[in-house]
Ligand binder design. Structure first.
Ligand code: RP5
Length: 165
């Protein structure tokens, strides 16, 4: 199975990234976690992106806060799909990182999830890997079915409580 890379701009991002790690673990997807910064370690970030495809990765998750150019900088150096997580890390509540991550000019896309949306970043990465892995696709479909069943169970409970007519 292809690996997923999780790159964060700083170790201060780790608490927000842990949801992606646990989600990849849940689905049994091999992954690596790294700290590379677009501005503090630009050469290492570039080198990782340039070699990621040859090193067996199928998708890259990049998480950064503030002027969050990490995902775009990674995407500039690979044709692997790059998923950006804007991290809430400043007085601007993550809006700065959201706009920096999502507003990529045409040609170098970054698939941007919600501010601090690490679980969805991992699920999207899993769905990308699942395009060529039927067993993983079945695990993803099963998780969705369980989530649907949980909602319908709650609907039945609330209906029994309030819908008397
Ligand atoms: C970004 O700046 C990092 O991704 C982090 O979210 C933010 C603050 O970094 P630190 O100053 O905590 O290292 O580059």
């Amino acid at each position: 199975m292809k690996k997923v890379a999780i790159i964060m701009g700083s170790d201060s991002d780790l608490p927000k990234v842990e949801g992606a790690i646990t989600t990849l673990e849940k689905y049994g997807i091999p992954f690596e976690v790294h700290i590379f910064s677009a501005h503090r370690t630009p050469e290492e970030a570039r080198a990782f992106a340039l070699s990621a495809k040859d090193n067996g990765f199928g998708a890259i998750i990049a998480a950064a806060g503030k002027a969050a150019h990490l995902a775009g900088a990674i995407a500039a150096n690979t044709i692997l799909p790059v998923i950006g997580i804007p991290i809430k890390a400043s007085a601007l509540e993550g809006i700065d990182a959201l706009l920096s991550t999502v507003q990529m000019p045409a040609g170098i896309p970054v698939a941007t999830v919600a501010i601090d949306g690490s679980a969805n970043a991992a699920i999207l990465a899993a769905q990308i890997i699942a395009v060529s892995d039927e067993a993983l696709a079945e695990r993803l479909a099963s998780a969705r079915a369980q989530a649907s069943a949980a909602v319908l169970e709650k609907d039945a409970e609330i209906s029994a409580k309030y819908n008397k007519n």
